[in-house]
Ligand binder design. Structure first.
Ligand code: FMN
Length: 129
């Protein structure tokens, strides 16, 4: 970004940050998003979102109506994995927990998008020549 010599600061309230924006089908009242944050709290084995903490965690972060949450990275299949304690979103057991999370966020009148991640090809071990 080039250096702007005649930059005139504006008050946060006058910036675009608190103006509505449409993202996909979501009409957001503001433009702040919670970035995806992997917490390594999913149950292993199974990559199941944490049954004790995940609902509360996402509820706290979406408490203010209109919050825009992007979830921690979630695997769309077992083959996409890599970390034992990151959640998956490919089977019913996982979805049972995700539905509780999404339900709570929607109850808070906030928005959620799931970040899908694929960690790529991995090898068990390799030899250093
Ligand atoms: C504990 C932790 C977990 C994170 N997990 C993810 C993740 O699951 N997916 C992702 O895209 N980024 C992840 N990030 C990156 C953050 O989303 C990123 O740091 C944030 O968007 C701020 O952007 P910046 O680091 O470029 O300033 C993680 C960062 C931290 C500190």
């Amino acid at each position: 970004m080039p250096f702007i010599q005649d930059f005139k600061p504006i008050a946060l309230k006058d910036s675009n940050l608190f103006k509505p924006i449409k993202v996909g089908n979501n009409e957001l009242p503001q433009r702040v998003a919670m970035a995806p944050l992997t917490r390594m709290r999913a149950h292993h084995p199974g990559n199941i979102p944490n049954k004790d903490w995940a609902v509360e965690y996402y509820s706290q972060r979406s408490e203010r109506p209109g919050s825009f949450i992007i979830t921690e990275g979630a695997y769309p299949s077992a083959q996409c994995g890599g970390y034992d304690n990151a959640p998956g979103i490919w089977n019913e057991e996982q979805l049972v927990q995700w539905r509780k999370i999404f339900g709570k966020i929607h109850e808070n009148k906030s928005f959620v998008w799931v970040q899908l991640w694929v960690l790529g090809k991995q090898r068990e071990s390799f030899e250093i020549q």
